[in-house]
Write a protein that binds this ligand. Structure first.
Ligand SMILES: [Zn+2]
Length: 227
């Protein structure tokens, strides 16, 4: 169930704010409610689900600040991943690049056949493949959550129908690694993350949360304002 929810988020089939009703989930996944609550708690610790006493569990909606923090963390980790892959001994590096190329072929194919869900999921997965190629399981597990959070951030803050990842940019990163151009791969990787973040409208006022906007107004005054 946990993986199914994370995957649905990675494919943007589950948008921020969607209610995750325990009863329904128990029915869908054939689990008891105690187990469902446990999974939702784990997902909330991973900042993928938000738990609130009144509304229960909902898919998390990263704020602009949280989104910036996610991308700050990704820039740091993914630069190190590129350095690690570039520093692998010859045969290992070649195997890593071959596996990244296999992944890129799958990304290209998803676009060709118009499989939008696979396209979105695979574009996020490219970054995880890089972590796996670097052979660092800690980075892989941190990045898995950062990618899910990025996916939610794109759903919450995207300005149009743009994809969060450009496949052309993924190709260029792998090309630079294959050419032993570490500096080039690093700058392409950072530019790629900057492009994704720049496509989001993080500076506009978050205008949907009326309570936050009027938080300085005391309840009594708020009542008069309503009148
Ligand atoms: Zn990407």
């Amino acid at each position: 169930m946990l993986d199914a929810i994370v995957q649905a988020i990675a494919e943007r089939r589950l948008a921020p704010g969607i209610k995750l009703a325990e009863e329904q989930l128990a029915e869908i996944f054939g689990l008891n409610r105690a187990r469902i609550r446990k999974v939702l708690l784990v997902l909330s610790q991973r900042r993928i689900v938000q738990l609130s006493p009144n509304r229960g569990a909902t898919v998390a909606r990263p704020t602009a600040k949280e989104t910036r923090e996610v991308f700050q963390a990704r820039r740091l980790i993914e630069a190190e991943l590129v350095r690690l892959v570039a520093a692998l001994p010859g045969p290992q590096r070649e195997a890593a690049i071959a596996s990244l190329r296999t992944h890129l072929a799958a990304e290209h194919q998803a676009i060709e056949i118009g499989d939008r869900n696979a396209e979105v999921r695979l574009s996020g997965l490219f970054h995880l493949r890089l972590a796996q190629a670097a052979g660092n399981s800690i980075f892989s597990s941190i990045l898995r959550d950062l990618i899910a959070q990025s996916s939610l951030a794109v759903s919450a803050h995207a300005t149009g129908h743009q994809l969060d990842c450009s496949l052309r940019e993924h190709d260029s990163i792998v090309d630079a690694l294959a050419a032993s151009d570490t500096a080039g791969a690093l700058s392409l990787s950072l530019a790629h993350l900057i492009h994704i973040e720049a496509a989001l409208a993080l500076n506009k006022q978050e205008g949907t949360d009326l309570v936050a906007i009027f938080s300085t107004i005391r309840p009594a005054v708020r009542k008069r304002v309503e009148i």
